[in-house]
Design a protein around this ligand. Structure first.
Ligand code: GLA
Length: 389
């Protein structure tokens, strides 16, 4: 789980006896705007220095060969045999399948990958897998697709092979990330603004609950359906076309009965989270980190109480963060039901925070939570010089 570019290259040479090209495909954080990418909202992700390294080369055959270092598993099949399988294989094969659907002349290739992004940690190891394969193949086969097209292709792959009806956030962040900058992504128009992240004196710290409740994928698709159901009613009653057209939570109230309590609460969260994320964008531009952090807590409580995608372990970590004066914002990050919390912590308070919260979590759940101080980096790229001969 900690391979470097050089390790991946070395294993590739041993397995395939040829010279690969190397790529880095990052995981992502999301500062605010959760579960609203598939609801026409705005989100605020960034690519991070946890990711996956890929070594890829064409092999002048009809075969594709993948080896995952972390799973210690390989697959080998003909291009014409690409089909759904399970776990990591669905993400990489889903990409090949999407290129084929575009009638692009995919050639046989060999690929070895491994990295340091915790699987199930909510940092989107799936989009990192998709992005590495799509960017690498696009370069090697010279398809000339741009980054945005590759992000959209990755999203389609995830819908069609692993069957998770995800929004565009993860794939977009993976392709479009920029160092020290967050992406304010308009998910309806699939366009973005870059906002420099000026948070001197603060660290972004992720705490991994190390739990990943199996509900995650099914509940994800379920939330999406609930929101669609609510939107149908709002379209009819309010003549709006999207959640972003609703300017206040009060506008929803008259439709509570018609929607039913559950759908109403999902829609309420979505409307509030869209407004919160827009506000958060303004605060970030004003360098008002303290008020930004308060919005993160509000997001967490919305995800917990209205959208119901949290779990006891995540709530425990956010509660502990809220009690610590050095933590100015904390919330669950990503799809929920486990994975990480994202915390903005005063630099001088990081060690104290971690030395209190980690043992307390261990005592309560008997789990050694991990923590990562992450940096914001560029999106998927080719590594041209690893410094190795
Ligand atoms: C997952 C999905 C994203 C997004 C988040 C929740 O990471 O892949 O599209 O919906 O959950 O914000």
């Amino acid at each position: 789980m900690n391979e470097s570019a050089d390790d991946v290259k070395k294993i590739f040479r041993e397995k395939f006896n040829s010279e690969p090209r190397l790529f880095y495909s990052p995981g992502r954080i999301n500062l605010i705007g959760e579960h609203i990418d598939y609801n026409d909202g705005f989100v605020m992700p960034a690519a991070i220095n946890k990711g996956i390294f890929f070594a890829i080369a064409l092999n002048n055959s009809e075969k594709i060969n993948f080896h995952s270092i972390d799973f210690d598993e390989s697959i080998s099949l003909s291009l014409s045999e690409v089909k759904k399988m399970d776990s990591w294989k669905n993400y990489v094969l889903g990409i090949v399948d999407e290129f084929k659907k575009l009638n692009l002349p995919v050639q046989g290739f060999d690929c070895v990958f491994g990295g340091n992004i915790p699987i199930g940690g909510g940092m989107s190891s799936s989009a990192a897998l998709e992005g590495g394969v799509s960017f690498g193949l696009n370069s090697l086969c010279n398809f000339q697709m741009d980054r945005k097209q590759l992000a959209l292709l990755g999203q389609r792959a995830e819908h069609n092979f692993p069957n998770v009806k995800c929004g565009i956030m993860d794939q977009y962040a993976n392709m479009m990330g920029k160092e020290n900058t967050v992406i304010l992504l308009d998910c309806k128009n699939v366009t973005n603004e870059y906002i420099p992240l000026n948070i001197e004196g603060y660290e972004i710290v992720l705490i991994n609950t190390k739990v990943h409740h199996s509900l995650a994928a099914s509940q994800y698709n379920q939330r999406r359906k609930e929101c669609e159901k609510g939107m149908e009613i709002l379209k009819k009653e309010l003549h709006v076309v999207s959640f972003r057209d609703i300017k206040s939570a009060e506008e929803l109230l008259p439709y509570k009965e018609q929607m039913g309590d559950e759908v109403y609460r999902r829609c309420l969260f979505v409307v509030e989270e869209i407004l919160r994320t827009k506000k958060a964008g303004q605060l970030l531009k004003q360098n008002d980190t303290t008020r930004f952090g308060k919005l993160m807590f509000q997001t967490h409580y919305g995800l917990k109480n209205l959208y119901e995608v949290s779990c006891a372990e995540l709530d425990y970590l956010v509660d502990a963060a809220e009690k610590n004066p050095d933590v100015i914002g904390s919330r669950l990050m990503g799809g929920g039901f486990g994975g990480c919390t994202i915390n903005i912590v005063k630099e001088e308070g990081v060690d104290k925070f971690l030395s209190e919260v980690l043992p307390a979590y261990k005592k309560k759940y008997n789990i050694d939570a991990e923590n990562y101080k992450v940096k914001i980096v560029d999106g998927t790229c080719e590594i041209l010089n690893t410094g190795e001969k």
